[in-house]
Design a protein around this ligand. Structure first.
Ligand code: SAH
Length: 421
């Protein structure tokens, strides 16, 4: 989502004649697009701001957009008085106001609108992988999560607007699309005729576009994997056989305290249904270890669920107490040392699973999407349908955007292969 927001901000400034620079001391405007999901991300923003204020040109405008802006609000101006603007994730389209009025302090952390999608210019040329937001915000209110506070309640974009964006990226270079939302599979839009559209309808419509060869979506809530959506994995070959389906914990008690009130059996049923819809489907997850009150036994159950589902890659985090969340106030917060030990143990096992899956790909031929060449220029970097990085030797002439690659070698982080065609 932040990559997408960054692209839209860049398109907005490019349309005003500005150019991108990697050098802070050259910049006329410096924008930090920020994430507030864990405390570490927020801390990094403020230490970066401290560095930037010393390195920038004295009259360069600088500010923050996104979730840390929303979380800190006016307090950000108190911490870093040189800041010119603080704009939340749903108001960064207001950025040009600071270009017109460089002397003001621009603060807007309002929520509740999809306005930015209509106000921002489209990129003229789409990258091969195009992100298309279909909803923002989240109604689940997991007790650890700051997202409902920073991005607000769930709002789904009109079906026709999403399709218009999809057609635009298809006509301007996209090969793969990724539908985005904090609760993407909760997408639900009812038009003025009373017809309701779901994520499965968007996938079906997007798949009709000849230029679009691969479709994926992120991030999903387990119990919103409804049968119509699961069925798409059977009927729609353009939908990639890979899904991030965060479980967070393998302990029923912890899930209840996280306010993720699904049963583990139901989660496993959904995974089994997905596997019977498409036998080559693979699942990844997000995990939080050290949630308040998590016992050794709870943690062992998380290890067990990882074993049961055999996730092919995952994101795992130490629980981080966040402002505006219920879990931050819960008793029995877990000491840092215990969190770190549990994380190391889980990570090591998840890495084994990842290596195992990567190794199982050796000998197979996968259709991969070109990403670019590596730093040396001697190799090409591709992405498999499972989002693994696959490295090949550079070829004569132009690298094919979609290539059949025979996988010859694998390690934990990536695959190696030979382009067949
Ligand atoms: N559905 C959201 C989730 C964003 S956060 C989205 O994709 O936009 C991504 C992951 O960060 C979550 O799945 C969760 O595993 C982790 N996370 C969220 N809040 C956290 C916290 N307070 N501490 C540690 N990890 C957290």
């Amino acid at each position: 989502m932040n990559v997408y927001d960054g692209q839209r901000i860049a398109a907005m400034l490019t349309a005003r004649g500005m150019k991108q620079t990697d050098n802070i001391s050259d910049a006329d405007i410096i924008i930090l697009n920020t994430c507030a999901v864990r405390a570490k991300a927020t801390d990094k923003v403020f230490s970066a701001l401290g560095r930037i204020r010393n390195a920038k040109k004295p009259d360069a405008l600088f500010g923050i957009v996104g979730c840390v802006a929303r979380e800190s609000g006016a307090d950000a101006f108190r911490r870093i008085p040189e800041l010119n603007f603080v704009l939340g994730p749903q108001s960064y389209h207001k950025l040009p106001e600071i270009l017109e009025n460089p002397d003001i302090k621009l603060l807007n952390i309002d929520l509740g609108g999809l306005e930015k999608f209509d106000e921002l210019p489209q990129m003229e040329k789409s990258p091969a992988v195009a992100y298309i937001p279909i909803q923002e915000g989240c109604n689940h209110c997991c007790t650890y999560c700051i997202v409902p506070y920073t991005r607000g309640r769930e709002l789904s974009r009109p079906f026709n607007d999403v399709i218009k964006d999809t057609v635009h990226v298809a006509n301007t270079g996209a090969i793969e699309i990724c539908f985005l939302g904090q609760n993407v599979n909760g997408y639900k839009y009812t038009d003025s005729d009373g017809k309701t559209y779901k994520l499965s309808d968007l996938i079906r419509e997007a798949a009709k576009l000849e230029a679009i060869k691969r479709i994926r979506f992120t991030s999903s809530y387990p119990t919103e994997m409804t049968d119509d959506l699961i069925e798409m994995f059977k009927t729609e070959p353009k939908l990639l056989p890979f899904l991030n389906l965060p479980i967070q914990s393998g302990s029923q008690n912890v899930l209840t305290r996280m306010n993720r009130p699904y049963s583990l059996n139901l989660y496993i049923d959904i995974v089994d249904k997905l596997k019977s819809a498409r036998s080559d489907i693979q699942i990844s997850s997000d995990f939080i270890v050290g949630f308040p009150g998590e016992t050794d036994e709870d943690f062992e159950q998380t290890m067990n669920i990882a074993k049961r589902v055999k996730y092919i890659n995952s994101y795992s985090f130490k629980y981080s107490p966040r402002p505006h969340t219920a879990a931050a106030l819960m008793p029995n917060q877990i000491p840092e040392k215990v969190k770190a030990e549990r994380l190391a143990k889980l990570d090591s096992y998840l890495n084994d699973l990842q290596r195992e899956f990567n190794t199982s790909c050796v000998g197979k031929t996968l259709t991969c999407l070109y990403e670019g060449s590596d730093k040396t220029g001697k190799h090409l970097v591709y992405r498999t349908p499972y989002m693994q990085q696959c490295i090949t030797d550079a070829c004569d002439g132009i690298a094919p955007m979609l290539a059949q690659i025979e996988i010859t070698d694998a390690n934990k982080a990536s695959l190696r292969g030979k382009i067949i065609k």
